[in-house]
Write a protein that binds this ligand. Structure first.
Ligand SMILES: NC(=O)c1ccc[n+]([C@@H]2O[C@H](COP(=O)([O-])OP(=O)(O)OC[C@H]3O[C@@H](n4cnc5c(N)ncnc54)[C@H](O)[C@@H]3O)[C@@H](O)[C@H]2O)c1
Length: 434
C-alpha cells in the first residue's frame, strides 16, 4: 500500500516535470506589479498559458487592455481579480508586495492574504513558488503552515518553492532571462519542480539547498549595496569637510583591477528593496538575540543623506545671499533611480518636504514622472525650459536621468546643487557638488 502511494506520488511529479518541459502547464501569477507583470509576460513569451491575478481592479483592467509585446501564439496575458482561476492552474507564482511596518517589523499581510486564497484552492500536483522578498525562514515558518491547512502535504501532494526575484528595473543589460535564478524547495522534489519551471524561462538556474539560503541570499545582495552606498556616503561627508573631491577619489580607487567595486554617493537610497530588505535581516537577527550592526549603521547613514542635501541647498543659497525662505527651488528628478518613473521610497520626497517646511517654493521636473502625490506633496512636473531654469534660485539635481540636457542646465541655472556629479563635464563656481 505504502509502495503504491509512493509510486503514485512519483508519477504526479514526473508528469508535472514533463508538462513543464513541454510547456503545457498552465500558470497563474499572483500580484501584477513591477515583478509579477514582468514574470507573467516572460511566461507568456516562453509559450506558457498564463493568467495574472491581482486584487486591484484598475491593474487588472490595465493588463487586459494591454496589447503588443513579445507574446507567443498562445495569446496575450489575461488578468483576473478572481482567485478561482487557480483551480485550473498547475503552477502559481506569488509576487505580492512585502515591506516593513512602522515598528520595523516585516509586513507579510499581502503574502498571508494571497496564500490563504491559494490554500483554499490548493490541489494535488500543483507547484506554488513564492518570489516576493521575505525574511529568512518565512517560506517554511509562515507560508507552509498556511498551505498545510488545506490538508495537503508539501513534497508529497503538492510542491512549494522559493525563488527570490532579483530584477533591476531600468537595467538594460540584465533581465529575467539573464539574471541567474536562485531556486529552493521545502523538499528535494519541491526543489526539482521549481528548477524545472525556471529552466523554461531563464538561462541559468541555481538550486540552493534550503529556502532559507535563497531568502537570505536575496537579502545579502541588497544589504551589500546598502552597506557600500553608506560607506561612500559617509566618506563623501568626510571629504566635504576636508576639501577632497570624493568623486575623483572613487574614480581613482576604481582603477584597481581587482578587489574593488565602484559605488557612488547620493541623496539617499530609494526603491522597493534597498531601504527595506536589510531591515528584514535586522528583525530576524533580533529574534535570535543577535544584532547585525552593519545593517543598522548603513540604514542610519543613508537615511541622513536627504537632510544633508537639504542643508547643502540652504548653504548654497547662503553663498549668494539668499535665505531658503521664499527661494524658488527646482528639483530635477524625483524617481528613486535614473531612467525609470518609479518614485518608491524616493529620497526626493523628504528633501522637497523639508525645503517646503523651511518656506521654500519647491517645484520639480522629471521626464518619467508627470505628477506626484505623496503625503503633503501634490505637484505636476514643470517644463524644463529657460524660464524655469533661470527663474529658480537653486536647481537641485536629485536623480541623474540620462536624457537631461546637462550642458544647457549648467548654462542657464544660476545656482546648482548636484548630488550625483552629473555636471562633471560642465564645471562652474555656481555648481555645489555633494
Ligand atoms: N520592484 C522591484 O524592483 C523588486 C525587485 C525584486 C524584488 N521585489 C519584491 O517583489 C515583491 C513584489 O514587488 P513589486 O515591486 O512587484 O510590488 P508592486 O507593489 O509593484 O505590485 C504588487 C501587486 O500585487 C497586488 N496585490 C497585493 N496584494 C495582493 C493579493 N493578496 N492578491 C493578489 N494581488 C495582490 C497589488 O495590487 C500590486 O499590483 C516584493 O516582495 C518586492 O520586495 C521587487
Amino acid at each position: 500500500m505504502a509502495m503504491m502511494q509512493m509510486n503514485s506520488q512519483m508519477v504526479i511529479a514526473v508528469e508535472l516535470e514533463r508538462a513543464l518541459q513541454e510547456k503545457t502547464t498552465r500558470i497563474a501569477v499572483v500580484g501584477l506589479g513591477h515583478v509579477g507583470l514582468l514574470l507573467a509576460e516572460r511566461f507568456v513569451a516562453a509559450g506558457f498559458d498564463t493568467v495574472g491575478i491581482d486584487t486591484d481592479a484598475t491593474r487588472v483592467d490595465e493588463v487586459n487592455g494591454h496589447s503588443g509585446g513579445a507574446y507567443s501564439a498562445r495569446g496575450e496575458l489575461v488578468a483576473s481579480k478572481d482567485y478561482d482561476v487557480i483551480n485550473s492552474r498547475e503552477v502559481v507564482c506569488v509576487c505580492v508586495p512585502t515591506g516593513i511596518d512602522q515598528h520595523l517589523q516585516p509586513d507579510l499581510s499581502h503574502i498571508k492574504a494571497a496564500t490563504q486564497q491559494i490554500a483554499a484552492r490548493l490541489h494535488a500536483g500543483q507547484l506554488i513558488v513564492v518570489e516576493s522578498t521575505v525574511f529568512p525562514g518565512a517560506t517554511e515558518e509562515f507560508i507552509l503552515p498556511i498551505l498545510s491547512k488545506s490538508g495537503l502535504s508539501a513534497g508529497r501532494d503538492y510542491y512549494l518553492g522559493y525563488s527570490p526575484n532579483r530584477i533591476d528595473p531600468g537595467n538594460e543589460r540584465h533581465d529575467l532571462r539573464t539574471i541567474p535564478k536562485l531556486v529552493a524547495g521545502v523538499t528535494d522534489t519541491c526543489q526539482a519542480m521549481t528548477v524545472a519551471l525556471y529552466t523554461q524561462i531563464t538561462s541559468k538556474v541555481i538550486p540552493v539547498s534550503t529556502t532559507q539560503v535563497a531568502e537570505m541570499a536575496k537579502l545579502l545582495g541588497n544589504m551589500f549595496r546598502n552597506v557600500n552606498i553608506a560607506l561612500v556616503n559617509e566618506l563623501a561627508l568626510f571629504c566635504e569637510q576636508s576639501g577632497i573631491n570624493i568623486w575623483e577619489v572613487i574614480e581613482a580607487a576604481a582603477t584597481k583591477p581587482f578587489g574593488f567595486m565602484k559605488f557612488t554617493p547620493g541623496p539617499g537610497v530609494g526603491g522597493h528593496c534597498i531601504p527595506v530588505d536589510p531591515l528584514y535581516l535586522s528583525w530576524c537577527a533580533r529574534k535570535w538575540g543577535f544584532q547585525i550592526r552593519f545593517v543598522e549603521l548603513a540604514s542610519s547613514i543613508n537615511s541622513r543623506m536627504p537632510e544633508h542635501v537639504m542643508n547643502k541647498v540652504v548653504n548654497a543659497l547662503n553663498t549668494v545671499g539668499k535665505p531658503v525662505k521664499g527661494s524658488a527651488i527646482l528639483v530635477l528628478g524625483v524617481a528613486y533611480k535614473p531612467n525609470v518613473g518609479d518614485t518608491c521610497h524616493s529620497p526626493a520626497f523628504l528633501i522637497m518636504e523639508r525645503l517646503r517646511a523651511l518656506g521654500a517654493e519647491v517645484v520639480y521636473n522629471d521626464p518619467y514622472v508627470p505628477s506626484i502625490s505623496h503625503e503633503r506633496l501634490a505637484l505636476e512636473s514643470v517644463a524644463l525650459d529657460k524660464e524655469a531654469l533661470q527663474g529658480a534660485d537653486c536647481v537641485l539635481l536629485v536623480t541623474n536621468h540620462r536624457d537631461y540636457p546637462y550642458q544647457r542646465i549648467a548654462n542657464q541655472a544660476k545656482l546648482i546643487v548636484d548630488t550625483r556629479n552629473a555636471f562633471a563635464d560642465y564645471p562652474g563656481p555656481h555648481i555645489h557638488l555633494l
